[in-house]
Design a protein around this ligand. Structure first.
Ligand code: ADP
Length: 407
């Protein structure tokens, strides 16, 4: 039997998400999620294709226990880690620094390098590592691949990756712009080119990944040349709970004037800012609803306006970076679903050739679709992202030497 399946694992700090993908036919034999790892009760939801989900609530102390539970659930459906159809395990790893420019087969040296990057990704890399170590122990016979969120951005020119600070300090502490969500930016920029019937290597794309976290990227002929997140996923666009760009002096000011500690300001900017900080809601659905009906519509409107103003500035900036833009692609929870955000983001940018067609923008749909008028100079598109598929595709190509088309 040919091994055509890839198990994709996304080990976060308190959750593990997983999908089993079959690269031969594009099916997903199982998907699932364990939440609240380390809390008193954790919840596992496992969904085998075409059958009802199974849920379990029990304490799951750590990633080791979590992955054992995932392996057990897969086993119950005959999809376990020993299954001859399983070709590899692909792991999402948030920070790959400068060294990991491509998906990489995991060995001890790779684990050591991911560990070395913990100081620049203290929230993410330890959880990713815990997931990888357990998966390697559970399935030592399988090739395991790390796919890095930062990899797609390693093509940024040095002048886009550098902060204008003392080079010696920056180099000593690896302070530079890395960018995140790279797997999504890679996938969406490629799909956007395909939607236009063009080769990615001949297409310039601005990708707007708007989920709970949000980032923009400028992709020139298939290569990332700039992105809005930096040393950490805090820089750039306004997000659900993160501020995005602020004057760094805000930190000094709050330290001196408000007596806040660095840790308190870290929490403020990462967890109590963005839409949540501006209006009390981090979910764009709620913000849009309150703008229409709420007693405090004004705060919701201001949050929306700040969010959209930042977005518009980045679209303009990336136009300048790229020189010529073929398509602006919206993706992730807000980008795929919130028509008012898409419309507002391009309003006023007619001079750059940007517009949305109100009917196309309002129409619901599952797949990649154009929302600009047929005559528009620059295409505007909605491209649903699929990070699991991209991780599986990259993993499969690396371990088999085959692309999905050849399977
Ligand atoms: P993550 O960054 O966690 O992967 P998603 O890409 O799933 O997140 O995006 C989640 C966010 O998408 C939600 O917090 C919500 O703000 C937004 N969202 C989802 N559906 C809609 C919708 N129908 N309208 C507006 N916003 C939506």
């Amino acid at each position: 039997m040919r091994a055509t399946r890839v198990l994709v694992l996304n080990s976060g700090s308190s959750s593990v998400k997983y999908q089993l993908l079959d690269m031969a036919d594009g099916s997903r034999p199982a998907t699932g999620l364990i939440e609240r790892i380390g809390e008193r009760t954790s919840r596992l939801r496992h969904t085998p294709a075409g059958r009802p989900s199974r849920e379990r609530e029990e304490p799951v102390a750590d990633h080791e226990t979590a992955l054992k539970a995932v392996a057990e659930e897969l086993d119950r459906d005959g999809l376990g880690l020993d299954s001859p159809e399983l070709a590899a395990i692909g792991h999402r790893v948030v920070h790959g620094g400068r060294r990991f420019t491509e998906p990489t087969v995991i060995d001890d040296a790779v684990l050591a390098e991911i560990e070395r990057l913990v100081p620049v990704a203290p929230l993410h890399n330890p959880a990713n590592l815990a997931g990888i170590r357990t998966a390697v122990a559970l399935a030592p016979h399988l090739p395991q691949v790390a796919v890095f969120d930062t990899a797609f951005h390693t093509t940024m020119p040095e002048y886009a990756a550098r902060y204008a600070i003392d080079t010696a300090v920056a180099d000593a502490h690896r302070v530079r712009r890395y960018g995140f969500h790279g797997t999504s930016h890679a996938y969406v920029s490629r799909k956007a080119a395909e939607l236009l019937g063009r080769k990615p290597s001949e297409t310039n794309v601005i990708v707007l990944h708007l989920g709970n976290g949000a980032s923009a990227s400028a992709v020139a002929r298939g290569r990332c040349v700039d992105t809005s997140m930096g040393l950490t996923p805090l820089e750039g666009l306004v997000m659900g709970t993160r501020s995005g760009d602020v004057d760094p002096a805000v930190v000094f000011h709050l330290t001196r004037v408000a007596g806040m500690s660095v840790d308190e300001i870290d929490v403020l900017l990462n967890k109590r800012s963005g839409l949540l900080g501006l209006c009390g809601d981090n979910d764009m659905r709620e913000v849009l609803r309150r703008m229409e009906h709420g007693p405090d519509a004004e705060a919701a409107r201001l949050a929306f306006d700040v969010y959209v103003h930042r977005l518009r500035k980045y679209i303009g900036a990336y136009h300048a970076v790229l020189g010529r833009v073929d398509v602006v692609a919206f993706t992730a929870g807000v980008g795929e679903n919130a028509a008012p955000v898409r419309e507002a983001a391009v309003t006023g940018l007619e001079g750059l050739g940007l517009a949305v067609d109100p009917e196309r923008n309002a129409a619901r749909g599952d797949g990649p679709r154009l929302i600009s008028p047929p005559t528009a100079r620059v295409a505007v598109a909605v491209i649903p992202t699929d990070e699991e598929l991209e991780i599986a595709t990259q993993t499969y190509a690396l371990v088999t030497g085959r692309t999905t088309d050849e399977t």
